[in-house]
Design a protein around this ligand. Structure first.
Ligand code: NAD
Length: 353
């Protein structure tokens, strides 16, 4: 039977239906009596419900979390946390809300409880991306790793179907790139495979029946495995390209990951086919990029960058920006190769590898 509590890398990770109602147990363990609850404006209702559960121990609710963690919002949130004497942070939401919690922790050392409502996986990493003057930078610091994660399947059940799929593919991207990471170990490969399997098995059920809480829990276990592996090894072409497209063309995070993933994996499958074998073993067929493309399509994912508003004329500039910032990749990144990858992703053409 799957464990409902895991302690790993200094984090306590719990899975279970209705776990958000047990938040006070975690606040007691953290000796917290003044928890500041964070959310996005779109998830105020979830935050308010949680504040009711926390009761007298709630120091307030801050609901301005925003995509890409803008530093001005963080500064406002830190000021708010200090003004109410908060002694812990509780983030209920996706990567944006959890990112704000991490940014506050970096500046205040306050302990965090993360209650994820997407599959993005930020809760399981010591990584923080922040944006200032339009530039996003990323740092890694154990100080930002939440002390506790509560995975409550009921909270992802409210994710709209389209976001369920794109967020799942975002998580799977962490695992797929972990398979060929330069600093991979047998343990990280095993975690990546577990994460991919959990989504391959759980996502079709969840898409068919969003309220199947057993399958939702399976996908959350996948999100945890994929997020954990993201924190343990370095990423390559896929993540760097998504970072460029998100940062320079303001494309939405999860959708961009969903569209680029099959193409980036196909690109690298030419260089390291044996390392990517688990992808096709798990999803079917013998070509990992194609297997991901078919899986994404069958789940109803967006398939073409042109549908996200990227113009064909932007592809040359995207190639240039992506090449300007060299990084390690298992397969050499060339201008022609990258341009062809982007062309396929833009048009929504299936990869051939
Ligand atoms: P998000 O947190 O931005 O959420 C997107 C939208 O969906 C928001 O409006 C949110 O309120 C809403 N939403 C979230 N969960 C919902 C639910 N269950 N029901 C209804 N609405 C819900 O999206 P995300 O994809 O989770 O996070 C993206 C951000 O996280 C990006 O900034 C990305 O860079 C960051 N991220 C960071 C890491 C890391 O390790 N540092 C990892 C993954 C993602």
């Amino acid at each position: 039977m799957a464990l409902s509590t895991i302690s790993i890398n200094g984090q306590k990770v719990r899975f279970g239906v209705g776990l958000r109602d047990d938040i006070c147990t975690e606040l007691t363990a953290l000796r917290s009596n003044k928890a500041l609850i964070l959310s996005t404006p779109q998830q105020v209702d979830m935050a308010m419900e949680l504040a009711t559960t926390v009761g007298d121990r709630a120091a307030g609710v801050f609901t301005r979390a925003t995509m890409h963690t803008p530093v001005d919002v963080t500064e406002e949130a830190v000021e708010h946390a200090l003004s109410v004497n908060a002694d812990s942070i509780v983030s209920i939401g996706g990567g944006s809300t959890i990112g704000l919690g991490k940014a506050i922790a970096l500046r205040t050392d306050l302990p965090q409880v993360a209650i994820p409502t997407t599959y993005a996986g930020s809760e399981a990493t010591p990584i923080l991306g922040q944006t200032e003057d339009g530039i996003k930078t990323t740092l890694t610091d154990q100080k930002v790793l939440p002390r506790v994660i509560l995975y409550d399947p009921e909270l992802v059940a409210s994710l709209p179907p389209a976001m369920t799929v794109t967020s799942a593919l975002n998580a799977m991207a962490h695992a797929a790139e972990a398979l060929y990471a330069k600093d991979r170990t047998d343990e990280t490969t095993e975690l990546a495979i577990d994460g991919l399997k959990a989504f391959a098995e759980g996502l079709p059920t969840v898409v068919g029946n969003p309220n199947d809480l057993k399958a939702r829990e399976e996908t959350q276990r996948g999100a945890w495995a994929c997020g954990t592996v993201l924190g343990l090894v370095g990423m390559a072409l896929h993540h760097k390209l998504c970072h460029t497209l998100g940062g320079s063309f303001n494309l939405p995070h999860a959708e961009t990951h969903a569209i680029i993933l099959p193409h980036a994996i196909a690109y690298n499958a030419v260089g390291v086919p044996e390392l990517l074998e688990p992808v096709s073993n798990i999803l079917g067929g013998s070509k990992p990029g194609q297997a991901l493309w078919n899986f994404a399509k069958s789940m109803g994912a967006p398939m073409a960058l042109k549908d996200l508003g990227l113009s064909k004329a932007d592809l040359d500039r995207a190639t240039e920006i992506a090449l300007n910032n060299p990084y390690w990749n298992p397969q050499p990144v060339t201008a022609d190769g990258l341009r062809a990858l982007l062309q396929n992703a833009w048009a929504g053409t299936a990869p051939s590898v």
